[in-house]
Write a protein that binds this ligand. Structure first.
Ligand code: SAM
Length: 277
């Protein structure tokens, strides 16, 4: 019999066989299933051949105060509560962290049953550095918020990872191109599914691909750290030229040096040459 507590359970992100044996055991035994979308949770239970004779409770972060306490009271009364997402690992761009926090505050037993997670699967397949990475969740929809986020992240020396939706992918790539310039990128789509694919290359190459071939399915966007791409000074010629039209020579040189690992003298010399063109 399961001890009372909160069980955070990863479910597949596409391929149903990616559910773990431990997750199946717990989902079979648990009394209560907490999910953002209880219909999706029931569908998953049916697909996995699991019994539906349990209580399915809706859990969303934005109404967490009330809902978390309802779940914790049920745990205190002896229940085992399984928290699942529509797909993948709960709490990763999905609800749950406030519930876990509250469980910790109240000394409630919490455990996690690890499994599929799109960010990790995408990173493993990307060919980009895995020693340090930053997952930045979903990219904001509004142009200004998106630009601010990219600006905030542009000097971070790690692989950057984002979730993105198909209809927004191209616009995001075009905007990211203006900030991350010559870095390598990888776009993973439909992971663990029939049409799983990882497209790598420059922004220009990936944008061309998705201009010809309309983006479909679920996506993870990854951008290489600035130090991975071996930039040649020539690569930033156009970027520097454009900046010189908009700002002072000093600022343009400073910006390029911050973004790429060139010597200040080299960038300064190129800036002087471009200024006279
Ligand atoms: N908690 C989930 C996880 O563990 O990855 C993520 C949930 S988030 C609401 C959904 C986003 O994850 C999608 O919009 C997509 O960006 C990404 N995603 C989920 N499944 C995916 C898949 N099979 N292939 C590529 N990206 C996926």
């Amino acid at each position: 019999m399961l001890r009372n507590g909160l069980y955070i359970i990863a479910t597949p992100i596409g391929n149903l066989q990616d559910i773990s044996a431990r997750a199946l055991d717990i989902l079979r035994e648990t009394d209560i299933v907490a999910a953002e979308d209880t219909r999706m949770a029931k569908k998953l239970f049916s697909l996995l051949g699991l019994p539906l004779n349990k209580k399915f409770i809706k859990y969303e972060d934005h109404s967490e105060e009330k809902q978390s306490q309802v779940l914790i009271d049920l745990i205190d009364a002896g229940s085992a509560v399984a928290l699942v997402s529509d797909a993948g690992s709960p709490l990763i761009s999905d609800p749950g962290y406030k519930l876990v926090r509250k469980c910790r505050e109240q000394g409630v037993y919490v455990t996690a049953i690890p499994g599929a997670c799109a960010v990790i699967t995408a990173l493993q397949l990307s060919g980009l550095p895995t020693n340090r990475f930053m997952f930045a969740g979903f990219i904001p929809n509004k142009d200004k918020a998106r630009a601010d986020l990219f600006d905030e992240l542009k000097n971070i020396d790690t692989t950057l990872i984002f979730y993105e939706t198909a209809p927004r992918l191209l616009k995001t790539l075009e905007q990211a191109d203006t900030v991350f310039g010559t870095r390598e990128i990888a776009v993973a789509r439909e992971l663990t599914k029939m049409y799983e694919e990882v497209i790598t290359g420059s922004f220009a190459e990936v944008i061309t691909r998705f201009t010809t071939d309309e983006p479909r399915g679920e996506f993870v966007l990854m951008i290489a750290p600035p130090t991975v791409t071996e930039h040649k000074l020539e690569d930033v010629r156009d970027i520097l030229k454009a900046r010189l039209r908009e700002t002072s020579l000093k600022t343009a040189v400073k910006e390029i040096c911050e973004q790429y690992s060139f010597s200040k003298n080299d960038v300064y010399a190129l800036a002087l040459e471009l200024k006279d063109e």
